[in-house]
Design a protein around this ligand. Sequence first.
Ligand SMILES: [Ca+2]
Length: 574
Amino acid sequence: MDRRAFMKRSLAGAGTLALGGIAMNKTALGSGKLRKPNIVLFFVDDHTVETINAGGLCPNIKSLGETGITFDRAYVPHPECAASRMAILSGHCQTNSRRENYRNEIGSGRRDQISVEGQIWCFGGKITRDEWSMPKLLKLAGYNTFCCGKLKLLNGAKHEKDPWKRQQIYREVLKTYGWDDAGAITPGNLHMHKTEKGYMSTHNPEWRAQVTMEFIDKNKDKPFLCYIASNLLHAPSPYEQLKNANPRHACDDIILDKAPDVMPSRKSVIERVRKAGLDEHKFAPLLWLDDMVGAVLGKLDELGLRDNTMVALIQDNGHHGGKNSAFTGGHDVSPAFISWPAGTKNPGRHYKYPISSLDLIPTFMAAAGVKEPADAGLEGTSLLPVIKGQNEPVHINTYGEVGYTRWVVTEKWHYIAFRVPISRQLTEQEKQVRREAIAEAIKKGDTEKAELLKSLGDRVGQVGRSVMTKPKNGLKAHPKHFLDRDQLYDLDNDPDEQNNLAYDPKYKEVLHDMKKLMREECLRRPGTFAEFKTVDDCSPRWQKMVAQAKKKADAEGIKYGYPPIKDYYAPWQT
Ligand SMILES: [Ca+2]
């Protein structure tokens, strides 16, 4: 079966099963009233997945697996916070962004635009107000929608000095993105600082739980979506804050009138970890997160809603040696969970085939019985058949992208393509700057920096972010093949991806097949990507756009889409 037929079959199956799911709920609820499942999505930040099951320490997260499906091979399409958050809320990758400046403005020097070759480089990533999103799509099915936490959707309203008024401004802006209500909002990462009042802008999962529980209380009689975007376990140090921060202090420099009393005490978190004989630095923050999950599950239980609520938990990027990179350490976020007791056949199962965070919106929509609008552009596939008992792959592969690299993952193989467009290669002058930087590094005794610069040859970039902001994670974990143009890893036998098989003749056919999948992925998206999708593959409109950009670039003697050279060297110069 070819890919399109395969995807079509999967989607068709999802639609049929969605109706089955709802019929089942009707029975489960024991009433004649048709009731769509509530949806609660925990999108957590940078936790190390290995710790989840350690010592039975996280009973609430574990319960999601026991009452639902554990996804043993879960991936995100971008290996860092902001882009991954854009993807889960929009249902598409950055190259399919609806942002005008990603698609239409070729080469004004910004990093998130399109190179002369028609190649798209997107970073950060925000969804637009005028595109479909998870809350807007579920509102089609009559859902009330709520979000809290680290949204990465907003600019901080710094002009407003009163942090409570800032929260109100955020809430109003979020309405335009489809959120009926919101609370405990963090525009981006926390930036803990110490003042005479103590640590400010701290993690406060208790507050997140409290505002979510209040929303659930108010909306218990109608279907709802809660998107809980936790700041845990991202920096600043959750452990330090758990021990030392005032529980009344919260994000955005807010001081609550009263510390929320909806979770076990912070002191008890440390005590439970000590009692279990585990490292409190490593495990206490995770248990703190688990307590937050437990508080929300407790509220659902209390209102009799748990059975017919689909609770999903997944994290935004891998955090085991490779964040920001194309290696699986950056985008493997297993395990992930979906627990919907009223709609799950044989709960407690493990699903071992690759899934993507992009699959969540189609899953939620199928469970809610709402059809995808023609212009929604969702890239994922519903996992409802899996929840209903199917144990076959829903995908041939998952796909992802960051900077100069794109990748496809199948059940066994991981293929990475690293391609630097001509406009991003060094000029003679820039090569001289690089030579000087290498000499300077050697003079200072910084061997690591000198070796990396040398290994780049005449190229800019890395297998990671497009600009060299964070080469360390991927480089440290994959020093041998960090810059290889083609990379093929056997995930069964080499899960740490240390042996690149792309240049081994024995794997020629596998490489060929994986490249074919890559081409299919590129053809599904705007822009070009090296030999996988050239300008000739693009629409006439796109070809015209690229031709115009080239003409302009030639006339002005400028390498469009090329950030100032200092951007490339800054991380190593400091
Ligand atoms: Ca993250």
